[in-house]
Design a binder for this molecule. Structure first.
Ligand SMILES: *[C@@H]1O[C@H](CO)[C@@H](O)[C@H](O)[C@H]1NC(C)=O
Ligand SMILES: *[C@@H]1O[C@H](CO)[C@@H](O)[C@H](O)[C@H]1NC(C)=O
Ligand SMILES: *[C@@H]1O[C@H](CO)[C@@H](O)[C@H](O)[C@H]1NC(C)=O
Ligand SMILES: *[C@@H]1O[C@H](CO)[C@@H](O)[C@H](O)[C@H]1NC(C)=O
Ligand SMILES: *[C@@H]1O[C@H](CO)[C@@H](O)[C@H](O)[C@H]1NC(C)=O
Ligand SMILES: *[C@@H]1O[C@H](CO)[C@@H](O)[C@H](O)[C@H]1NC(C)=O
Length: 225
């Protein structure tokens, strides 16, 4: 019994420190780096089709500070509003390649939306310049389009893939488990590959395994076109 009180006090103290730690690290736990397949984005877009740019290469959708208990949170945090002047010329020309607005045609507006909704939630880790620079670096680090091409996974309206067929070569290249997201095309009732997600730890430096359950409903019949 004599030992109980000190150890209890220790636990309480440890818990208090733990709480402080959680609060000081903000409300996200890891990052999701989301790349999209523009033809799928455009096919299901509600924006006017004359603005669509269905490039045949994966481009950035966003870098999302995330939380295991609620993957859609945090979002729309307090923080600095997007400032286009901080997208310096070199960065701008990089982002024009890696992060185009493929459905609306206004790249700046797309970047503004992603920063204001997601980027601000991790501003304590990455300021606006770092957020966009780091995202471009992530995009450059693995060329998913080429990884898939090397595994003979190329756009083809007739072929169907298993979830694991697509994940395997990506995992082989990165050493980490990605997450796939699909979208159902109501016109043809097919499950289209839409996005590939990489996960990064809190500082957005080291890639980690994504461990959420698969984001494609029909894991046996994914169409890539
Ligand atoms: C994750 O998000 C939920 C809902 O927004 C929130 O209640 C919870 O505190 C968050 N977890 C962490 C570790 O921030
Ligand atoms: C944002 O800041 C305002 C004013 O300081 C505060 O009232 C509000 O609760 C904050 N919202 C969030 C999500 O932190
Ligand atoms: C593009 O979006 C930005 C940011 O919302 C806006 O300031 C700019 O006027 C838009 N450009 C065009 C050509 O609409
Ligand atoms: C990625 O690979 C594709 C297919 O090989 C190629 O067309 C594209 O230029 C590459 N992108 C970059 C940034 O190297
Ligand atoms: C794809 O294959 C080519 C030719 O074998 C190789 O040079 C290239 O590094 C491979 N790319 C990737 C991303 O695995
Ligand atoms: C994913 O990993 C995190 C960190 O290790 C853990 O907290 C979380 O419960 C895991 N989620 C699932 C669905 O396995």
């Amino acid at each position: 019994m004599a030992m109980l009180k000190p150890s209890l006090a220790f636990l309480v103290l440890a818990f208090a420190f733990f709480l402080c730690f959680i609060m000081s690290t903000g409300s996200y736990v890891y990052f999701q780096f989301v790349q999209q397949w523009p033809p799928t984005t455009c096919r299901l877009s509600s924006k006017p089709s004359h603005q669509h740019r269905p490039f045949q290469r994966f481009t950035i959708h966003g870098l999302w500070p995330s939380n295991y208990s609620n993957p859609r949170k945090p979002s729309n945090c307090n923080g600095s509003q997007f400032d286009d002047r901080k997208v310096y010329p070199d960065l701008r020309s990089d982002l024009k390649r890696s992060w185009p607005d493929v459905e609306g045609g206004n790249d700046t507006k797309f970047w503004e939306g992603e920063w204001n909704k997601h980027g601000k939630c991790s501003e304590q880790t990455l300021n606006q310049f770092q957020y966009f620079e780091r995202s471009h670096d992530m995009w450059m680090s693995y060329n998913i389009t080429e990884v898939l091409k090397n595994a003979s996974i190329v756009p083809n309206a007739k072929q169907r893939w298993k979830y694991s067929d697509i994940v395997s070569p990506i995992k082989g290249a990165t050493g980490r488990t990605p997450l796939l997201r699909c979208k159902r095309d109501p016109a043809t009732n097919t499950e289209l590959l839409h996005e590939v997600v990489f996960c990064y730890e809190y500082n957005a430096l080291k890639q980690i395994d994504c461990n959420r359950t698969a984001g494609c409903k029909n894991q046996r019949a994914i169409s890539f076109q």
